[in-house]
Ligand binder design. Structure first.
Ligand SMILES: C[S@@+](CC[C@H](N)C(=O)[O-])C[C@H]1O[C@@H](n2cnc3c(N)ncnc32)[C@H](O)[C@@H]1O
Length: 326
């Protein structure tokens, strides 16, 4: 199945300059790329602030970019929309998310075909039928996820995007058995498939190293020409405000300390490093957790409005931290 009137997908989404692929403009020029999923802690709303802190020389003296906690990739896509890097590295411990990045890079056409099918089936349904459709897709996703090898491929990626677009608040949460358990959301007309964005992302990801696993696997990639952005799971503002895990694994204070040590190591290597986190001073002005860990680094407070928070009272404007070694 193709979208628009033309009859076949482009065999290769690497189009020579701006061309029309099945009615969709796909460009070799730099175009704005948007994250293909909503993601907890996503930095889309903060980009105008974060850009002020990007290092100088991006795409020139800074030839490489690494984002080891990539999530929805708001900063990745912002940078790829504007700069040419010789090499880019992304990673995450969420295997289904990383599978989706790989499928967008390698099999965008298959993925779009499936997503357009889901969109066509889902959108006309009433609330009750949408609910049944959603839970059937959730079961199928968990079946694929459960048998391991099945999670590799375009069906799992399409289900991952469909569930993200139609579930409650775009959350990704799993139960103890590792099964995705977010209930259906209530969006009137969710965008399930954005073919132009997916094809543009596919082109932009062509030469990128995409790794499933711990952020420390990035060590061999990073050198003194690399800009590294770390956006780890937030340190919870209070014991109850903790967003229940993205993957089933927590990221506690010891994990935050280990990350700070890794950042010091990369500083010695000569990389330009930027780290985001929540600001504990929102709750306790005396809490110097990050100042103590990141001595000698530049620490800035920036305003953020969180969109995913289990406690609705926590939704207002709060500060976040941006920690830089440059
Ligand atoms: C705050 S989110 C990143 C959000 C991202 N900046 C965005 O704009 O969407 C943190 C990500 O780190 C991932 N993660 C958690 N522990 C990790 C680890 N040890 N190594 C790599 N990624 C990890 C989570 O799966 C999650 O996707």
């Amino acid at each position: 199945m193709c979208y628009k009137e033309t009859d076949a997908f482009c065999k290769d989404s690497r189009i020579t300059k701006t061309e029309v692929c099945n009615g969709i403009n796909v460009s070799r020029e730099k175009v704005p790329l948007k994250p293909f999923v909503k993601w907890a802690g996503g930095k889309g709303q903060l980009l105008s602030e974060l850009r002020k802190f990007y290092p100088e020389g991006l795409g020139e003296t800074i030839k490489k970019y690494a984002e080891p906690f990539v999530g929805g990739g708001a900063v990745l896509f912002d940078l790829l929309s504007s700069y040419d890097f010789e090499k880019v590295y992304i990673s995450d411990v969420n295997a289904e998310l990383i599978n989706t990045y790989c499928v967008i890079r390698d099999e965008a056409e298959n993925l779009i075909e499936l997503l357009l099918k889901y969109e066509k089936e889902y959108i006309p349904l009433d609330d009750s039928l949408r609910k049944s459709y959603y839970y059937a897709k959730r079961r199928r996703f968990n079946d694929l996820k459960g048998n391991g090898a099945g999670s590799i491929g375009s069906e799992c990626a399409a289900l991952f995007i469909f569930l993200n677009r139609t579930c409650y608040n775009g959350l990704y949460r799993v139960n103890r058995k590792g099964l995705f358990n977010v209930p259906v959301g209530s969006y009137k007309k969710p965008t399930i498939c954005d073919p132009a964005n997916l094809l543009n992302i596919s082109y932009a990801l062509k030469n990128i190293e995409i790794v499933c696993g711990d952020y420390k696997k990035s060590f061999d990639f990073i050198d003194n020409t690399t800009f590294v952005y770390f956006d780890p799971p937030y340190r919870p503002l209070s014991p109850t405000s903790s967003f229940t895990s993205y993957t089933g694994d927590g990221f506690d204070d010891l994990a935050q300390r280990n990350l700070a040590e890794y950042v010091s190591l990369l500083t010695k290597v000569g990389a330009k490093v930027m780290v985001s986190n929540s600001d504990p001073k929102n709750q306790d002005p005396e809490d110097n957790f990050f100042e103590e860990m990141y001595r000698g680094f530049r620490i800035k407070q920036i305003k953020a409005s969180r969109s995913i928070n289990s406690n609705s009272k926590g939704r207002g404007k709060i500060n976040e931290l941006l920690i830089c070694n440059f």
